[in-house]
Ligand binder design. Structure first.
Ligand code: GAP
Length: 467
């Protein structure tokens, strides 16, 4: 049975060390989570897969890592100071605060069976609430020395467009990719990793000639849809596309399509967005905009020192590229991968085993080496030496574990998604009647629970081929 509620995942994540509530021992900080020993491996694996697919395996992409704190003018000309807002309403009775556009998903704090406003409480008129966190820069409090914690990684790529272009001599179309933290002061952070205040994003800005934008927009949607299925292992049936209605598009977008995933408890909701941002961003961060022939309406820029243009050799003129932006959340990606992988299976003997059927490339631990007897020195030494070899030559996370009986150890590894368990026993060290089994080990497959006996010398190949 797959996970039916987010609570099942929250419980597994806490129990096994994937994800903890942020600052838990002080009662937590709403909208923040800490990734534990296994969570950090899962998250790094997801980011690695994304980077490999979008940067290494392409010939038209550059990676970048830009500062979280940026000049305040970035957020003025990006439009965030004015438009990165949610409609906030307060309940005059319980003092609860809610997003007016999400009241249907809200819960009355006094009466959890009711929606806000459906109890006897009275809601205020909505007012705009800017989601950016503001902070002071420098030691002297001065109303002008402020900055924001970035609410998206995108702007770091736009303002570096010229730097990347000049230092790499790229031709259109090409893209810049970035993975990094963003911060949003969400009015109602909730649903575990789904809506948090400190999040991580995997975003790219793909610069194209105007006129090529619609076709390439479509290509990216299909490419990433396939990536979520083939590499992250999400079920295509649990993915859907959502076209934003024209009247609800962000100020920069000509067309936006979201990939939705069917999360437990929540149902279909956004995993990744694909916006056609036209020439809005490069145009709005440029000086001398009146000379640029922009299609987007932008505010006059009095602070930028650059024109963010590209010299089109075919037509012998400077143009402002259009931008296609695939933008995914790392935390939502982890939540989707965990939701998809979670399974409760009833075994033939009636026991229930929880198993995380993660794609091996995402599994925090690739192999667990388990000695059949923990007080037999030869077995223990052999197991530890196998672990060392896999770790060093296979560059993979392998663990040695002798803290319980073999059945319990298998269950533990199933629950955290380890694709292979290797057992070292008396046959391995040549202490049984069957000497043909000397220097062989048993490898157990997480999903089928089938076991095969293979020579230690073939183990590294066996595992690497399958992860
Ligand atoms: N640069 C465009 C941009 O930031 P977005 O749709 O606001 O677009 C992109 O964010 C992705 O970031 C979303 O599809 C989602 O996966 C993730 N995301 C956004 N806000 C989030 C939040 N509060 N908590 C977790 N993930 C979030």
């Amino acid at each position: 049975m797959p996970a039916e509620t987010l609570e099942q995942l929250v419980s597994l994540c806490k129990r096994r060390g994937f994800i903890f509530l942020g600052s838990e021992i002080y009662g937590g900080l709403q909208g923040t989570y800490d990734y534990g020993p296994l969570g950090v491996e899962l998250k790094n694996n997801l980011k690695r897969l994304w980077w490999r697919h979008n940067v290494y395996e392409r010939d038209d992409m550059e990676g970048i890592e830009t500062a979280i704190l940026m000049n305040k003018h970035v957020w003025k000309y990006s439009g965030h100071e004015e438009t990165f807002v949610d409609p906030l309403v307060d309940c005059k009775t319980c003092k609860g605060r809610f997003r007016e556009d999400k009241l249907a998903d809200g819960i009355c704090p006094k009466n959890p069976k009711k929606r806000p406003g459906e109890c006897e409480g009275q809601l205020t008129e909505p007012r705009s609430f800017n989601l950016m966190f503001k902070t002071q820069v420098g030691p002297v409090p001065d109303p002008e020395s402020y900055a924001y914690l970035r609410p998206e990684t995108a702007q770091g790529m736009f303002v570096n467009f010229k730097n990347v272009l000049d230092s790499t001599n790229r031709k259109l179309p090409f893209g810049i990719a970035q993975i990094g933290k963003s911060f949003r002061n969400e009015i109602t952070p909730r649903n575990f990793l789904f809506r948090v205040r400190e999040l991580e994003q995997m975003e790219m800005e793909y610069f194209v000639k105007p006129g090529m934008d619609e076709e390439l927009h479509e290509e990216w949607i299909q490419d990433h849809l396939n990536w979520w299925v083939n590499e992250v292992g999400l079920d295509r049936e649990k993915l859907a596309l959502h076209e934003h209605p024209k009247e609800k598009l962000s100020h920069y977008s000509k067309r936006t399509v979201d990939i939705l995933y069917k999360f437990p408890t929540l149902g279909f909701d956004e995993l990744e967005g694909f916006a056609n941002r036209t020439d809005f961003d490069l145009g709005s961060h440029s000086r001398d905009q009146e000379k640029l022939n922009l299609t987007a309406r932008v505010a006059k820029n009095e602070h930028s020192t650059e024109r963010l243009t590209y010299f089109d050799h075919e037509n012998n003129k400077h143009i402002v590229p259009f931008v296609i932006e695939p933008a995914a959340g790392v935390d939502r990606g982890c939540l989707a991968a965990l939701s998809e992988a979670y399974n409760e299976e009833t075994l033939e003997n009636g026991d229930v085993r929880t198993v995380l059927k993660l794609k091996p490339a995402l599994s925090p631990i690739k192999v667990a080496i388990l000695p059949l007897k923990k007080n037999a020195d030869e077995i223990v030494n052999c197991a530890k030496s196998i672990k060392k070899t896999l770790q060093a030559k296979g560059n993979m996370r392998a663990v040695y574990d002798d803290t319980a009986g073999i059945g319990k150890l298998y269950r533990r590894q199933d629950e955290i998604g380890t694709p292979f368990c290797v057992t070292v026993d008396f046959d391995t060290i040549g202490r049984s009647d069957d000497t043909s089994l000397q220097n062989t080990v048993t490898v157990r497959d997480r999903d089928t629970m089938q076991q095969v006996r293979i020579p230690i010398a073939e183990l590294l190949n066996y595992v690497t081929e399958r992860i």
